[in-house]
Design a protein around this ligand. Structure first.
Ligand code: GUN
Ligand code: ZN
Length: 429
């Protein structure tokens, strides 16, 4: 059975940071034809209707049909502690995060958190996420099982730590290697699931553990590796003390084989010029987590400067350091942070970051993040007048970008009319 989704279709053929807003493909009265989880065609509604009278029609009127949002960095186990008050990174980890993560030894707790997190993401229009799990292999099984049941393309990995964490949240270098390898072999490439080698960050791993995970990555270059980099100044000083031989924070990862083109480095706010050059040279991806950076008080990511240098960048909520499940709220926070840095991001740039940009950062740019024939049918349908405040502003819009920007700045899950995953409606307003 074929489905024909009718509405205003927005997708990107190119990166608007390089090509400007014309990188967007807009079909004002458009339609998307899907079958068996794939996009078959996109074009004017009138011609697709005429060519495919047999297709089941879903007429969304003036609503926007977008690629589903791609959240490039989140911690599903922190769903239950989102919006916890009053701490900076290290205290926040010790006070809220580690006690909650220790509960994931219980598979029932892990299953409930995974289901809650993914259902919240779908309700916010997010169809793919790259998540950290906890030290417990069961937490990875729970997440992949929940994503598989929803047909979602997700990436995730066991978060490895063998120092500077509570007793019940530490493994060893060998256990991190063995368990990560077993999980990778069990899950990577099954349905739409991808394994990610996941050392939490330099301070919570011994040199032996970083080396073991670097070795695993060398044996499996087909998978991604995710971690955190230069989020807060106190953290950077701590890393310098723990690894005095390293030139800088990034160099710690490089020394242990944890720097590469499939590497995903969350936050990356306080980078040295050498680190910026090296990240670009290697083709690694940075992941900007703006609500988290404001909420935990981390600092201002240099989006405009890094993009101008050719850096690959994705966008993410960083649940539960981040304060919202919404990629709309996340785009708004990215806009605010760029403004504080003296740069105004265009709505096309923000939307690209939340879709094709994040997909590309995750190494999934050929499969998701765009509405084009052959792409997987992950789509989000948005009401661009979802609240009275947004509606009255959008009514004055003279083009799509002006119509979109109030939803970027003021929108949330009320804007999400439907979320299609792998060609199936998985959420309806
Ligand atoms: N650095 C190491 N672990 C974490 C985490 O869970 N959240 C954030 N925001 N930063 C981290
Ligand atoms: Zn994180």
């Amino acid at each position: 059975m074929r489905d024909l989704l009718i509405g205003q279709v927005l997708s990107f053929d190119d990166d608007p940071f390089l090509e400007g807003p014309s990188a967007a493909r807009i079909e004002a009265e458009g339609a998307v034809l899907i079958e068996d989880g794939r996009i078959l065609a996109v074009g004017p509604a009138a011609s697709l209707r005429a060519a495919h009278p047999e297709a089941r029609r879903h007429d969304y009127g003036k609503a926007l049909i977008s690629p589903g949002f791609v959240d490039a960095h989140a911690h599903y186990p922190q769903t239950g502690i989102i919006a916890s008050w009053g701490k900076r990174l290290i205290d926040w980890l010790n006070t809220y995060t580690f006690p909650e993560e220790s509960r994931f030894a219980d598979p029932a707790h892990a299953r409930l958190a995974a289901e809650t997190c993914l259902d919240l993401m779908l309700a916010h229009g997010t169809t793919s996420v790259c998540s950290f799990c906890t030290i417990h292999p069961e937490s990875v099984d729970a997440f992949f099982t929940a994503a598989q049941a929803r047909g979602m393309r997700v990436m995730a990995g066991k978060t490895c730590m063998d120092r500077n964490a509570p007793d019940n949240l530490r493994d060893t270098a060998q256990a991190a290697y063995d368990q990560s390898k077993a999980l990778l072999e069990r899950w990577h490439g099954v349905d739409r699931l991808g394994y990610v080698i996941t050392p939490r960050f330099a301070p919570t791993s011994t040199p032996d553990q970083l080396a073991a995970l670097g070795a695993l990555w060398a044996e499996h270059p087909e998978v991604a590796m995710q971690t955190h980099l230069s989020e807060q100044k106190e953290e950077i000083l701590w890393v310098a003390k723990l690894f005095p031989e390293a030139r800088d924070y990034l160099d710690v990862y490089e020394r242990f084989g944890l720097l590469g083109a499939r590497g995903l480095y969350g936050h990356a706010i306080h980078l040295e010029p050498r680190e910026r050059d090296r990240l670009r040279e290697v083709g690694a991806a940075l992941v900007h987590c703006p609500t988290s950076n404001a909420f935990i008080g981390s600092g201002l990511f240099d989006m405009a400067g890094l993009k101008a240098g050719g850096q690959r960048i994705g966008l993410a909520t960083d649940i539960g350091g981040g304060s919202s499940f919404s990629m709309l709220r996340t785009m708004a926070a990215a806009y605010d942070i760029a403004q504080l840095n003296g740069a105004a991001l265009h709505p096309a740039q923000l939307w690209w970051l939340a879709t094709a940009g994040s997909a590309g950062a995750l190494g999934l740019g050929e499969r998701i993040g765009r509405i084009a024939p052959g792409y997987e049918a992950d789509l989000t349908v948005l009401d661009l007048a979802s609240t009275p405040a947004i509606a009255q502003r959008a009514a004055r819009a003279e083009d799509l970008w002006q119509a979109l920007f109030p939803t970027i700045m003021m929108g949330d899950d009320r804007a999400i009319l439907a979320t299609w995953v792998n060609g199936k409606p998985m959420h309806r307003a």
